[in-house]
Design a protein around this ligand. Structure first.
Ligand code: 3PG
Length: 213
């Protein structure tokens, strides 16, 4: 799958909802009820970060949840891409972009949402064929003002700002013409997962899915 085709797929995923939950799943048992709550709240695209031993099993469990589109985040190596694809991930997210990651996603046929911050990083991603990018880490890299500024010379790129995005500042990003959606972990707090408060997570998801864009 070429980077251009990956970006086309990534754009469809970004169109599903204003927010892509960034999930750190520590217990496999949390995966299915968490996915059900987020989907019920209106957030079908889910990013499970490969940062816990449970992550790949969590992706497997979430892949069966009706209405969900489950992806893998924190992809750093070709091995991550292979494992994510084998677990049923339908898209991948990376904090950055490397040549080996591009090749792995091409070979595995996994749509990648790669991370960029600077104009040069965006231009390098465009040279590969990517036009749908994560802006990461969003808040500490200039926030909505920086994304807006990139839209001047590079309006063809659609961004998913992630990192420090919350219900308070999400509107600043989502109101920009070059923002497709945003990523955030606030919709799935660890304390609510431990407490099994799936209704509470559904409420957070419903608030996020109602954000205008
Ligand atoms: C991450 O990689 O953890 C994401 O950027 C999520 O960031 P957040 O916790 O600030 O939403």
């Amino acid at each position: 799958m070429t980077p251009a085709d990956q970006s086309t797929e990534a754009r469809k995923i970004c169109a599903l909802a204003p927010i892509i939950p960034v999930l750190v799943v520590k217990e496999v048992a949390h995966a299915a009820p968490l996915a059900r709550a987020l989907v019920a709240g209106g957030l079908p695209a889910l990013e499970v970060t490969l940062r816990t031993p449970a992550a790949l099993e969590a992706i497997r469990a979430m892949a069966d949840v009706p209405g969900g589109v489950v992806g893998a985040g924190t992809l750093l190596t070709p091995a991550d891409v292979k494992a994510a694809k084998a677990a049923g991930a339908r898209f991948g997210v990376s904090p950055g972009l490397t040549e080996t990651l591009v090749k792995a996603c091409q070979d595995e046929g996994l749509p990648l949402l790669p991370g960029c911050v600077t104009a040069s990083e965006v231009m390098r991603a465009m040279e590969w064929g990517y036009s749908t990018l994560k802006f990461f880490p969003a808040e500490s890299s200039g926030g909505a003002a920086a994304v807006k500024a990139l839209g001047g010379p590079l309006p063809q790129v659609g961004f998913c700002p992630t990192g420090g995005v919350s219900l308070k500042n999400a509107r600043d990003y989502l109101s920009l013409p070059n923002v497709l959606c945003a990523g955030g972990s606030w919709v799935a707090p660890e304390a609510k997962m431990i407490a099994g408060d799936w209704a509470g997570i559904e409420t957070l998801a419903a608030e996020a899915s109602a954000l205008p864009r």
